[in-house]
Design a protein around this ligand. Structure first.
Ligand SMILES: [Zn+2]
Length: 356
């Protein structure tokens, strides 16, 4: 019905009847309108990875936002063909049981629906989440047994049976085999040794790395001397300022991780990180010439800690094109932040092992 026709119908009745008709029309339109009109259109024949950026402010101040994100993902697993969820870390703000419980409850909505590769950020480590040490309640709330329920789960760092923030996962989608590595905040040297071994064992899989602090919004990888402009101030975001950087085993920043791990393997394709708002991206060639797309996404400095924006990586069925879009199920809006909607080309699948 055209608005003019509706208007003419409405004005031909007395006021109370008009009010009734307007109310009824409003109810009817509300019922037939799709609940999430602004959600990106699923790509037929493709698949989608859902990325949860830093949820730290939600577990601290807006506890309803996190489950709204995971519920939307769970409800849309089929519609978007979502084989995996990635969480970039900074799950909590203060590494407290209360905040971990909120996170665990949000992730329970994904149980039996879709697996999640999730790891720690600086705020998930040490007393009050200040990353003075690597002590964390992560494994208490995201235990090995929960990961092991998924046949896609590969294993954890081989030297620490009591931690789950270094893990790997295997799945197939879009006609190729994938390996996801989830690595702790500022991964230690020996964790990178293990990660290199895991990747070397899977030469036929395209590799995705999920780690908290890797790329900066100025499209540079983190290093020890990272000064970033935040609200007109130059702030040192380098990792040396965290207490854990002095601990045994040390740490590796984004540039180190690139040099020691990502650039070393012909089958590396994608790096997804968080930690700093809002977004950035970088394509770099590894030493075997393979292009690796690297990205950062984080909404924590936005209104209400990010208003539930999550990132959808929509892989097209032709196998190379990926559409990136950030969507908030809470607002039913696509992000208007600069650089958050774009397309990239992912490296082709690696030649199968053993082939000439
Ligand atoms: Zn962080």
């Amino acid at each position: 019905m055209k608005p003019r026709v509706i208007h003419m119908l409405v004005i031909s009745f007395p006021f109370w009847r008009r009010a009734l008709i307007v109310a009824w029309l409003g109810l009817w339109l509300g019922m037939i309108a799709p609940a999430q009109a602004e959600a990106p259109t699923p790509i037929p024949g493709g698949f989608t990875l859902a990325v949860l950026p830093d949820t730290q402010i939600y577990t601290w101040k807006h506890p309803d936002t996190y489950p709204a994100q995971t519920k939307w993902i769970a409800d849309n697993v089929q519609r978007y063909n979502i084989p995996y969820v990635l969480h970039v870390g900074d799950i909590t703000q203060h590494n407290t049981n209360h905040q971990w419980e909120i996170a665990a409850r949000a992730h329970a909505l994904l149980d039996a629906k879709v697996p999640c590769a999730i790891t720690t950020g600086n705020h998930d480590l040490g007393p009050e989440g200040k990353a003075a040490t690597r002590e964390t309640a992560f494994a208490k709330f995201f235990p090995l047994a929960a990961f092991q329920k998924w046949p896609t789960f590969g294993g954890i760092y081989d030297q620490e049976a009591d931690r789950t923030d270094n893990s790997f996962h295997r799945f197939e989608a879009g006609g190729r085999k994938w390996l996801i590595l989830a690595l702790e905040f500022g991964p230690r040297d020996d964790v990178l040794r293990w990660a290199n071994e895991v990747v070397a064992r899977h030469p036929d899989r395209s590799v995705i790395l999920v780690t908290h602090a890797y790329l900066r919004p100025d499209n540079m990888r983190f290093n020890r001397h990272a000064f970033i402009k935040v609200k007109d101030l130059k702030v040192d975001m380098g990792m040396d300022r965290y207490g854990l950087s002095k601990a045994a085993g040390g740490y590796n920043d984004g540039e180190d991780v690139w040099q020691k791990l990502v650039s070393q393997h012909a089958n590396f394709a994608l790096v997804v990180s968080g930690h700093v708002c809002y977004t950035g991206r970088l394509d770099s060639a590894g030493k075997h010439g393979n292009n690796v797309h690297q990205m950062v996404v984080d909404y924590q400095n936005g209104k209400d800690g990010g208003q539930g924006y999550l990132r959808l990586l929509q892989f097209h069925p032709e196998g190379r094109k990926v559409s990136v879009v950030d969507y908030s199920p809470l607002l039913d809006e696509v992000s208007d932040k600069k650089g958050t909607t774009y397309e990239f080309t992912i490296a082709p699948p690696p030649a199968a092992a053993g082939k000439p």
